[in-house]
Design a protein around this ligand. Structure first.
Ligand code: NDP
Length: 333
């Protein structure tokens, strides 16, 4: 009997926070692979904050999702049947084919991954685009130097927890902000010198100054809003900011007021560098080399939060905005 797959479709573009009625769970029958195709059973799928942008129906640096079609995104799986040269049953592959249990697709739409040293889901996290994002921000945008201080926002998240460990391996001091006492314990356990629970303070600037009275040389921006304002306040003269994401605003239905301290960009001669990881794929060899060195030295502890079942994908995605995850948020199939 033909293999079945359940998949998540987006029904409508959203304004404001995502709701369960924005999605539907659809069962399909998979065709057997034609010449050049493979059938893959997914093991893990990734949910990522950038997907919120694609749900708004507006073209940014990436096209909006198609309505009534499967949600695209990173996934790792195992080949079950292959008519594509170079892939055989049992091989592990990565794809961008998204929120589904299994698929039949061109062998060219998947990438073989080497799982002898790392589990397949690591290729969605620390050894994949998540780790690369942290690396690009720290190496290329911040050019972080040993002995400097970096403030990592959303420090307990996927990019944040990777970045804290990379910055420590590079010899920097790290201040991490995260929501809640448990996450603060966690960021310290992976090396952060200071942890600040941003939910327990109404003056983030004062909280940063309490641990860095002279200010910080560098700031890794994942949050925006209140965090961006506090960063402009606490960055030193000639400070640098890597603008990676601003999740605090992604669900806003209306634009928020801009902070009134933007003038510090001028007075302190700040350098603010935004980036999209896919523009920096040529740094991959350097990243893999450094990551392997750090891993072999025991300096990296990957973390994951895993929900089980394809039907949990929307909940996992929404959980990124309520802070449900420590480390990389994944859905296990
Ligand atoms: P995370 O694993 O960091 O998940 C999101 C985290 O953000 C949550 O766990 C939560 O942690 C925090 N958060 C959510 N809402 C708020 C809020 N209102 N205020 C403060 N913190 C909040 O996701 P990723 O690591 O995948 O992504 C981190 C950032 O990096 C995002 O901004 C994302 O858009 C960006 N990104 C950018 C890329 C690029 O190419 N530029 C590529 C990949 C990611 P807490 O409980 O601490 O609040």
């Amino acid at each position: 009997s033909p293999m079945k797959s359940r998949e998540i479709h987006l029904n409508a573009y959203l304004k404001g926070a995502p709701k369960t009625e924005n999605y539907s769970l659809v069962e399909t029958e998979l065709p057997a692979p034609a010449e050049g195709q493979v059938t893959v059973r997914n093991l893990y799928i990734s949910v990522d904050p950038y997907m919120r942008g694609r749900m708004s129906g507006i073209k940014t640096y990436i096209d909006p999702f198609k309505l009534g079609a499967v949600m695209e995104g990173g996934a790792v799986g195992e080949v079950v049947e292959s008519r594509f040269e170079g892939l055989k049953p049992g091989d592990h592959v990565m794809s961008m084919l998204g929120w589904r249990e299994a698929y039949t697709a061109s062998g060219k739409a998947v990438q073989k991954i080497d799982t002898r040293l790392l589990p397949p889901q690591a290729f969605l996290g620390i050894a994949g685009l998540t780790g690369l994002t942290a690396y690009v921000g720290i190496k290329r945008c911040l050019d972080l130097q040993p002995g400097e201080t970096m403030w990592m926002s959303a420090g307990a998240g996927a990019v944040g927890s990777a970045g804290i460990q990379f910055a420590k391996a590079m010899g920097a001091n790290v201040i991490a902000t995260a929501g809640g006492a448990e996450k603060c314990e966690y960021v310290k356990s992976i090396g952060a010198d200071h942890a600040i629970d941003y939910k327990a303070t109404d003056d983030l600037t004062a909280a940063i100054r309490a641990v860095a009275p002279q200010g910080v040389e560098t700031y890794f921006e994942n949050v925006g809003g209140t965090h961006f304002t506090a960063a402009l306040n606490t960055l030193k003269q000639y400070g640098r900011m890597a603008a990676c994401g601003m999740i605090q605003r992604y669900n806003d239905a209306e634009p928020a007021m801009i902070p009134d301290n933007l003038t510090f960009i001028v007075g302190k001669s700040l350098r603010i560098q935004g980036f999209i990881v896919s523009d920096h794929l040529n740094i991959q060899p350097e990243f893999i080399k450094d990551l392997s060195t750090w891993m072999m030295a025991g300096k990296i502890t990957p973390a994951e939060t895993i929900l089980e079942g394809i039907e949990k994908a929307p909940e996992a995605f929404t959980g990124l905005f309520s802070g449900l995850n420590k480390g990389k948020m994944l859905v296990k199939i």
